[in-house]
Design a protein around this ligand. Structure first.
Ligand code: SF4
Ligand code: SF4
Length: 312
């Protein structure tokens, strides 16, 4: 190993295809690999669940940092002259202003408010202000497998998931001994939106995981479109590749015709949900299962691609 630091994101066009399970297993495999020192990030900030499989070694070591990036309107009652213009003239496009008949004042619905500032501009009495509020948290600890885990968690109603993803990545780069780690593994968000773009930006390699179903292929194509925009090399992992599905032929045709690199294929294996039910990675819970052996191959292929310039 040449010690060069590499960052790898695991993404999928849709949720539920094994993204977190694969990330956690790859992280687990690094712990016994003397060539690799890894750190894991969960950038699925709207629904982070890597921590369920990789909990903290000790609750005393958990560090939590609040983030403040979301803008919300606040109402300044002293300035209000109860004209009701804000309601009658529909200042708020997002239906976040409701009239309180008893007090004859508007109320801001925190969850609906997008912090656009229209109410602040339009109220003749300047009875609204726009403030930064707590938008989420960054949590950092040493996990039970000895690999540090950092993840973001958005507060309900927050509108800045993409920013939190960037903050998680930036926080990771500032932790003690960051230069000692030569592999950064990132569990990305599903979809193709702002949090995904913030996740893949600047990475060295992307693993796009999918399954041979119509929705799996549809969402894989969308995810790859995002990755290609950033010109990041990528490999595909086909989960449940042996699924009995009438769609298999069409899926195989797509892979053959595009010539995309397949980093590995994971068979359908009950060892995976069983391991999940014990909140463990499959490579730890059932190391000799078919799925674990396939993930070990993926790990080997990934290392070859990252550090030995294996052809994609
Ligand atoms: S907030 Fe402004 S627009 Fe709304 S009732 Fe009060 S003064 Fe009128
Ligand atoms: S800031 Fe925008 S979204 Fe929020 S209450 Fe005012 S107008 Fe509505």
């Amino acid at each position: 190993m040449n010690g060069q630091k590499k960052s790898v994101g695991v993404i999928s066009g849709k949720g539920g295809v094994g993204k977190t399970s694969l990330t956690a297993s790859l992280a687990n495999l690094t712990k016994d690999d003397i060539e690799i020192k890894s750190i894991v990030l969960d950038c699925d900030v709207d629904a982070p669940n890597l921590a369920l499989i990789l909990p903290a070694e000790s609750s005393e070591q958990v560090e939590t940092i609040d983030t403040f990036t979301t803008l919300k309107a606040t109402f300044i009652e002293e300035k209000c002259v109860h004209c009701k213009q804000c309601i009658d003239e529909h200042f708020c496009e997002f239906h976040a202003l409701n009239w309180n008949d008893t007090d004859q004042i508007p109320e801001v619905d925190y969850l609906s408010c997008e912090g656009c500032g229209a109410c602040k501009v339009l109220c003749p009495e300047h009875a609204f202000n726009i403030n930064t509020v707590k938008s989420g948290e960054i949590i950092h600890y040493g996990s039970n497998i000895g690999v540090p885990l950092i993840y973001g968690k958005t507060k309900i109603g927050s509108t800045t998931s993409g920013k939190l993803v960037s903050d998680v990545k930036e926080f990771a780069s500032g932790i003690d001994n960051f230069n000692q780690y030569n592999l950064i593994l990132i569990d990305g968000p599903p979809g193709i939106g702002c949090p995904v773009i913030a996740t893949v930006s600047g990475l060295d390699f992307i693993i796009a995981i999918t399954e041979p179903t119509p929705s799996g292929l549809h969402d894989l194509i969308r995810a790859i479109e995002v990755v290609k925009q950033f010109k990041i090399p990528f490999g595909i992992v086909i989960n449940k590749y042996d699924l009995k599905s009438p769609f298999q032929d069409e899926f195989k045709k797509y892979i053959e015709e595009t010539g995309y690199h397949v980093l590995g294929r994971i068979p359908y294996d009950l060892a995976i949900p069983t391991a999940m039910s014990f909140a463990k990675t499959v490579v730890e819970h059932a190391p000799n299962s078919k799925a674990s052996l396939a993930i070990k191959d993926i790990y080997k292929n990934l290392k070859n691609v990252l550090w030995n310039n294996a052809k994609l």
